[in-house]
Write a protein that binds this ligand. Structure first.
Ligand SMILES: [Zn+2]
Length: 142
């Protein structure tokens, strides 16, 4: 699927890069993503005026390592799907569900399945009390 739901474990307080980088460093990371995107969402391809930076993580559950894989520039609609937990709390699940089905060219059952799988991974990863962070992705910016 092009557009996936990515739920960050509750214990990953540092997963928001903005909180660990200086403003200038975060700005450099963000701008590099925007430059690569060239005005279009890197997931759905929509040409939008305002792109949002999204941190992509991968999880090595065996070794409890959370690795920053990429920072991508996405449109608001895709970002809402990725963070479906927060979006639902704010009442936007229906809109996000519709965007998920459109971008992935799939039906409601596929959306429910993806949501269930994301929630299962989330619960599993929450059992790990402390994740080690691998931020080697950022080396080129520092
Ligand atoms: Zn998009």
């Amino acid at each position: 699927m092009k557009l996936e739901i990515e739920l960050v474990p509750d214990s990953c307080w540092y997963s928001n890069l903005r909180s660990i980088l200086s403003a200038a460093q975060w700005d450099a990371v963000r701008r590099e993503a925007y430059a690569r995107a060239n005005g279009a969402c890197m997931i759905c391809g929509a040409k939008v005026r305002r792109l949002e930076a999204h941190e992509r993580w991968e999880y090595d559950e065996e070794n409890a390592v959370q690795r920053l894989k990429d920072v991508v520039a996405v449109c608001h609609a895709c970002h809402e799907v990725i963070h479906i937990g927060r979006t639902s709390l704010l009442g936007g699940e229906e809109r996000a569900c519709a965007h998920f089905m459109k971008v992935n060219d799939c039906g409601y059952a596929d959306y429910r399945k993806a949501l269930k799988e994301a929630n299962e991974a989330h619960r599993r990863r929450n059992r790990i009390a402390e994740w080690k962070l691998d931020l080697s992705y950022l080396k080129k910016f520092l």
